[in-house]
Design a protein around this ligand. Structure first.
Ligand SMILES: O=C(O)c1ccc[n+]([C@@H]2O[C@H](COP(=O)([O-])O)[C@@H](O)[C@H]2O)c1
Ligand SMILES: Cc1cc2nc[nH]c2cc1C
Length: 338
């Protein structure tokens, strides 16, 4: 797909003109769900997932045949402030690991039947330290959004995204604090595992970022540019591109949800086609999801990122859609209704 925007203002306009769920397909899918051989509601949220999926695909009984996972990687200038338990070199090293098939996400995609694409965004040129200046120029931010937009396979019928970027939990916390307000400490977590002093330092850094960029805090795309990262902008671009193609999206953990939050704050309802895969162990993820009105599918204590939680949730979504399309109705099976 070729990205149809060249400025942040044009991207904002596109968000305002995105397609919506198909209400006829939703009604038809709900009707079919009511006829399937199970007590009403007995498959719990699995039923809701199938109906939601059908409403985005625009047919009563869709199937999932082509699931795409895309992991975006970026480096962060704010790591100069000592915000991570790991050095920045790990970002590029993990990208090589992804390419060689050695990371958790490789196994999770294989196990759950998803293709995996990895996009490394200018790893040799980290974003600027957001305590000093905007993390990205408008052009850099647009370029990252474009990479994300163009990464989506138009033929995919389920799209999942995740990230790799040492330092990006600090960026995600700053984005969340800017978008949703409230004290920095309520949005800041331990990331890869900083100690108490490290946590206090992250809170300081988030607060410095918020003060430095105070003027743009009411502009969600300005927040992305000033406090975000390339992989975060790319995830936002990809989530928006999937919406344009009516491809349902599976969101990963804390950083992915922060990227998604930018879209929701820029355009209410921008995440209606997205489902939260899991509740991350990163402390503020629950608050972020509650604010977005999203209930995560899984709660496994994950804090890996790289799309891992989303890959695990793909199995559930495929199962939901397979039941919906493949189960017999009471009439077909000759089973008596209650
Ligand atoms: O997905 C999450 O919720 C998550 C929570 C904590 C850490 N991570 C991963 O850890 C890295 C960021 O951690 P940090 O401490 O360097 O900010 C980045 O590569 C993320 O993929 C991811
Ligand atoms: C080893 C390692 C793997 C990761 N995968 C996603 N984020 C990560 C951070 C680290 C440190």
């Amino acid at each position: 797909m070729t990205a149809p925007f060249q400025t942040l203002a044009e991207f904002r306009d596109i968000l305002a003109r995105q397609p919506h769920a198909d209400s006829e397909a939703l009604t038809a899918a709900a009707d079919r769900n009511g006829q399937l051989t199970k007590p009403p509601g007995a498959l719990g949220r699995i039923e809701d997932i199938a109906i939601w999926y059908a409403s985005w695909r625009g047919t009563a009984a869709p199937t999932i045949d082509r699931t795409q996972m895309v992991v975006f990687a970026g480096n962060h200038g704010v790591t100069a402030q000592g915000v991570s338990a790991f050095p920045s070199e790990v970002t590029a090293q993990m990208v090589i690991n992804f390419q060689h098939g050695g990371a958790a996400i490789n196994q999770l995609c294989e196990a759950n039947g998803a293709t995996l694409d990895v996009h490394a965004l200018d790893l040799d040129t980290p974003t600027a330290d957001f305590t000093q200046e905007p993390a990205m120029t408008e052009q850099e931010c647009i370029s990252a959004l474009t990479t994300g937009w163009n990464a989506v396979d138009a033929e995919a019928d389920l799209f999942a995204t995740g990230e790799m970027g040492i330092g990006n939990t600090t960026s995600a916390a700053a984005i969340a604090a800017a978008l949703f307000g409230g004290p920095a400490e309520t949005w800041t977590g331990r990331g890869t595992g900083v100690d108490d002093a490290g946590f206090a330092n992250k809170v300081r850094v988030v607060n410095e970022g918020l003060s430095r960029h105070e003027r743009i805090l009411n502009d969600p795309l300005g927040v992305l540019k000033c406090l975000g990262g390339r992989e975060i902008a790319a995830m936002a671009g990809a989530i928006a591109a999937a919406r344009a193609k009516r491809i349902p999206v599976v969101l990963d953990g804390f950083i992915c949800t922060a990227a998604a939050s930018v879209l929701e704050r820029a355009q209410e309802g921008a995440l209606d086609h997205a489902i939260s895969a899991h509740l991350s162990a990163e402390g503020a993820h629950r608050k972020m999801l509650t604010t977005l009105g999203k209930e995560p599918l899984l709660d496994l204590g994950l804090r890996l990122g790289e799309g891992s939680g989303a890959a695990l949730a793909i199995g559930l979504i495929k199962s939901a859609v397979a039941c919906h399309a493949g189960m017999a109705t009471f009439a077909e099976a000759g089973v008596a209704t209650g």
